[in-house]
Design a protein around this ligand. Structure first.
Ligand SMILES: C[S@@+](CC[C@H](N)C(=O)[O-])C[C@H]1O[C@@H](n2cnc3c(N)ncnc32)[C@H](O)[C@@H]1O
Length: 273
């Protein structure tokens, strides 16, 4: 008998897309992430990848975006082994198992209650790793996070689900809480938000998207003056593009010459504060 999947709300269910993308990537001949832990979580919760077919270009994109954010975390943790890592809207992403941060790092995965419950059931607990069951728009969840150390804060696939004002309030709360740190998240350009709402493949999350998207990477600096843009990380410029099919590779190489064009695809923004 097929096991019942966790009783997630529609917003929580969005985690299946990224989880499945990483699991599928782990089975590819040349995986980007090689995240077998995600494949194991898929198995444990009884999610059947065959029920939700995903083109390999999509799982490649998901895995690459995750790698871009992993690299940001690795960079900060290497410089600050005592850093606090926050994974906002962590879903069932076993990011800490990929990074293998030193035990002097404190790691916090924040998501809604049911998601944190399933994380606890499916992922081995690592020293100094904590799950916080909270709505990120609630100002109080940060009270339990130490605020006297540098932080690295990542959000993979989250921003689309936050209303513009909630996202900007969250950024301001985060930069006020820590003495210094970095924030990185994948972008949702205005066109991408429009596309999510109109394309068949993303119909399941169309009504859940609350962010209007933004095209100017300097916008977050205006919403939170403590933020300073450090880097735009474009998928088109990642070395992994070399392993994509010829047409994708050629188009990516052409797009990589222009930041304006690259911004329309998968990208991660990195800020310091
Ligand atoms: C697309 S999933 C990405 C999950 C994970 N970061 C990953 O890459 O697999 C978005 C996640 O954000 C969480 N989320 C959305 N809005 C949230 C909020 N207001 N508070 C906490 N979590 C939220 C959802 O529950 C979901 O797990």
């Amino acid at each position: 008998m097929a096991s019942a999947l966790p009783a997630f709300t529609p917003v929580e269910e969005s985690l299946y897309l990224t989880l499945a993308g990483r699991a599928l990537d782990s089975r590819a001949p040349n995986p980007v992430l090689g995240d077998t832990a995600s494949a194991e979580i898929v198995r444990q919760i009884g999610y059947d990848l065959a029920d939700f077919p995903m083109p390999s270009s999509k799982s490649f994109d998901i895995a690459l975006r995750t790698k871009m954010l992993d690299d940001v975390v690795r960079g900060v943790v290497a410089r600050h082994p005592d850093a606090v890592v926050l994974d906002l809207g962590a879903g069932l992403d076993p990011r800490s198992s990929r990074i293998d941060a030193p035990h002097t790092t404190d790691w916090y995965a924040i998501d809604f209650t049911e998601v944190i419950k399933v994380r606890r059931e499916t992922m081995p607990t690592r020293p100094n790793e904590h799950g916080i069951a909270a709505d990120l728009t609630d100002p109080h969840w940060l009270d339990e996070v130490p605020g006297d150390r540098p932080a690295v804060i990542v959000a993979d696939g989250l921003v689309a689900f936050l209303a513009d004002a909630d996202f900007s309030a969250l950024l301001n709360r985060l930069t006020s809480h820590f003495p210094s740190g970095e924030v990185a998240f994948n972008t949702y350009p205005k066109f991408a938000v429009w596309a999510i709402k109109h394309f068949r493949g993303t119909r399941s999350i169309a009504d859940l998207v609350r962010n209007s998207g933004f095209d100017d990477p300097r916008d977050p600096e205006r919403w939170d003056p403590d933020l300073e843009l450090v880097e735009e990380i474009f998928a088109t410029r990642m070395p992994e593009v070399a392993q994509t099919p010829l047409l994708t590779r050629v188009l990516s190489r052409l797009a990589s010459r222009s930041a304006a064009v690259s911004r329309k695809g998968t990208a991660v923004l990195r800020y310091r504060f």
